[in-house]
Design a protein around this ligand. Structure first.
Ligand SMILES: NC(=O)c1ccc[n+]([C@@H]2O[C@H](COP(=O)([O-])OP(=O)(O)OC[C@H]3O[C@@H](n4cnc5c(N)ncnc54)[C@H](O)[C@@H]3O)[C@@H](O)[C@H]2O)c1
Ligand SMILES: [Zn+2]
Length: 353
């Protein structure tokens, strides 16, 4: 599949097994950046032929998603003779993607970049869209650019070794895309959530492909996030707040799943969505949100502050994307503090049962 981009069109390939990797390892002028845990798990199987001087390992921690790490990659890449035709090939989840995308963008004003997502979240969602982000001091994703990889290879074999926490976080985004497609998407996810939780390979490939196709439409219409791409922000206004107040203890995709429940309770309160649909979505979500992630009490007052500080908020009115009649997505600019608080309280109660 080809994603159209103003920067340059790029390809996404869904691979059935690891055979494609030997081809990648033979790429000319290549330098590899790999998630440290991924390297540990797969070094014998996949990375044996890469010379140690052509590989850089990064621990996937938010505290490493910094300009310093990106600059370190730029520095180590000066060791290969190729300059603007150098190719950075990275393996990892969203953290490695964000760092390597930024580095590939700034080194020699832009080099070739191949990305192999190894988390479900990166495979079903973040690998396309071209956003790169770095944290700076206490500010999450403060720095960033648009720079897509020129080739993406998604292989769900990688998802077998993810922890339950990271796998379920990825499922949060998969479920989100399905709910965004309306009633048929909801039925589809209800029928398949158990197989997905068991990491059924065929189902994973099918749902990853669908998620990418769904997102592709929005990013091709509005790559630089000035218009319709705002719909992809469904659930994210609240998700970012859950991430912030939990100090990132709640992973991104799980926060999105929780954010979706908050959005739907607000829709229900406004008479936009039927209660039966809200309850059906909650039953699916309860399967992927582990209540032990919610053991510490989340301060709701701080959540409203976090929503206000979200970079998608452009004025004093709070903006959010909600499902309305027929499960259609609409942007609302009149979110009230009280209704958000009520919905958050309700959702935290539902999830702790
Ligand atoms: N650029 C974007 O468009 C975008 C979109 C969404 C999220 N993000 C960013 O992505 C990050 C979250 O990314 P993520 O959820 O993909 O996870 P991650 O990169 O934080 O990785 C999660 C954990 O999984 C481990 N891991 C990765 N692949 C593995 C594998 N195959 N087997 C075993 N363990 C593996 C990592 O070492 C890490 O411990 C956040 O920083 C978020 O801001 C970026
Ligand atoms: Zn997301």
């Amino acid at each position: 599949m080809i994603i159209k981009s103003n920067i340059r069109d790029y390809s996404v390939t869904i691979e059935k097994d690891f055979n494609f990797i030997s081809g990648l390892l033979k790429s000319e002028n290549a330098f590899f950046v790999v998630d440290k845990i991924v390297f540990e798990i797969y070094k014998e199987k996949l990375f044996q032929s890469v010379p140690a001087e052509n590989i850089f390992l990064i621990e996937a921690l938010e505290t490493n998603k910094t300009i310093e790490t990106a600059l370190e990659i730029c520095e180590v890449m000066t060791s290969i003779p190729a300059k603007r035709n150098a190719r950075l090939i990275s393996f990892g989840g969203g953290i490695i993607q964000d760092i390597t995308g930024f580095a590939a963008n700034i080194l020699y004003r832009g080099i070739h970049w191949t990305f192999v997502p190894t988390t479900l979240l990166a495979g079903c969602d973040s690998c396309i869209g071209g956003k790169t982000s770095l944290n700076y001091k206490k500010y999450k994703n403060l720095l960033g650019t648009f720079y897509p990889p020129d080739a993406i290879f998604i292989c769900s074999e990688f998802f077998n070794t993810l922890s339950e926490r990271d796998f379920k976080s990825g499922l949060g985004e998969v479920v989100k895309f399905n709910i965004m497609t309306g009633n048929q998407g909801l039925i589809n996810i209800e029928n398949n959530i158990d197989a997905l939780l068991e990491r059924d390979k065929e189902k994973l490939d099918e749902f990853v492909n669908q998620s990418i196709l769904f997102k592709k439409d929005f990013i091709e219409k509005d790559e630089f996030d000035k218009g319709v791409r705002i719909h992809l922000n469904f659930a994210h206004t609240f998700a970012h707040a859950f991430e912030t107040v939990s100090n990132y203890y709640i992973p991104h995709g799980t926060a999105v799943a929780m954010g979706m429940l908050v959005a739907n309770r607000i829709s229900l309160g406004r008479g936009l969505l039927e209660e039966s649909i809200v309850i059906r979505i909650e039953s699916v979500m309860k399967k992927i949100i582990d209540s032990d992630l919610l053991q510490t009490k989340l301060p709701i007052d701080n959540m409203i502050d976090a929503i206000r500080k979200d970079k998608k908020q452009t004025d004093s009115n709070l903006k959010c994307v909600l499902l309305s009649a027929n499960m259609e997505l609409n942007v609302y600019n009149d979110l009230r503090k009280e209704e958000a608080e009520q919905a958050i309280t309700y959702v935290l109660q539902v999830l702790s049962k």
